[in-house]
Write a new protein. Structure first.
Length: 318
């Protein structure tokens, strides 16, 4: 590819590189790296100001009002979780000689790598929600770790952590625990854990690759085979097994509700969910002027946080 001017280079590759990014993004998604889309809410923000995600408390039960009686104030509050945008990025130098020698394969490879880095970064950020701090996740606004075994009637208690290995029995038990989680009314003494049941079963069974077969047997198999006898799998269709490529522990697993019904994980983006690709190739660009070096830059603004612990459950298997 012999280019007359560096301005030609910028115009020629801009659209092509963006298409390569989009294609690579889709390919990685099909390979399983967009697993986070199943369990998260993705939101666009118009500024880079810190984000406050607020979980509004529900009204527990309406008290009776006697004829001519006074209405009483309802106990209702919220639970604000905060997050900050973080800028990710870097650049790859492309010399005029490399371009002039028709190294188009390198241009394609570099662009695919930038797209891959963006997708994998989101995957690792959401994955870390479940694995950070020795597997108990970030600290929530109520003072408790995202995953803990403390009773929900206690400040910061979430009752969404166990050490049970994955099986059809444990999956059904954990699903029941999520279903029974009390909704937030207000973070106040005497009101912790008194809300009505969430009444939502988890939809996604999150596992590392070594547990993929077990998860599929539980959620997709027609039969259960145990000790020489076979019976119908009544848990078929109870969830969608999702393999998390970033998880390295071979035994730990988790459950998550449908974010359309009970959202928990949020991904905020400022300029797009896919990373932005820029080409600095003008004759007036400092690197081109001084070094005949074009620059391929990637930029990604992301904020990832958890707004509610109730739709999530983690099993850190000993």
């Amino acid at each position: 590819m012999q280019l007359a001017t560096t301005a030609d280079f910028t115009g020629l590759v801009k659209n092509a590189l963006n298409k390569l990014v989009a294609n690579t993004w889709d390919e990685l998604g099909r390979a399983g790296y967009d697993w986070w889309k199943y369990i998260s809410v993705q939101e666009h923000f118009s500024t880079l100001h810190p984000i406050t995600g607020t979980l509004v408390g529900t009204v527990g039960a309406l008290p009776a009002v006697a004829e001519g009686g006074t209405y009483t104030e309802l106990a209702v509050g919220d639970s604000p979780e905060t997050a900050n945008f973080i800028k990710y990025g870097g650049y790859i130098p492309l010399t005029l000689e490399l371009i002039d020698r028709d190294e188009t394969r390198k241009l394609r490879a570099y662009t695919r790598e930038l797209a891959s880095a963006g997708m994998r970064n989101i995957s690792s950020l959401v994955s870390a929600i479940f694995t950070s701090n020795a597997g108990i996740g970030p600290t929530m606004a109520d003072g408790g770790a995202l995953f803990n075994a403390t009773a929900v009637t206690t400040a910061g208690g979430h009752a969404n952590l166990s050490t049970t290995a994955l099986s059809s029995t444990s999956w059904d038990a954990i699903s029941a625990n999520v279903y029974k989680q009390p909704m937030l009314i207000k973070n106040a003494a005497g009101i912790y854990g008194t809300g009505p049941q969430l009444a939502v079963n988890p939809k996604f069974l999150l596992v590392p690759r070594p547990l993929q077969k077990t998860a599929r047997e539980i959620c997709e198999g027609n039969f259960v085979r145990e000790s020489g006898y076979v019976y119908d799998n009544v848990l078929k269709g109870s969830a969608v097994p999702v393999t998390v490529p970033d998880w390295t522990d071979t035994n730990n697993w988790a459950a998550a509700c449908d974010p359309l019904i009970a959202p928990a994980v949020f991904i905020g983006e400022r300029f797009g969910l896919m990373p932005e690709i820029f080409v600095a190739g003008s004759e007036h660009s400092p690197a081109v002027f001084t070094n005949d070096e074009h620059r391929l830059k990637v930029r990604h603004f992301l904020a990832v946080w958890v707004n509610d612990y109730r739709p999530l459950y983690k099993c850190n298997v000993a």
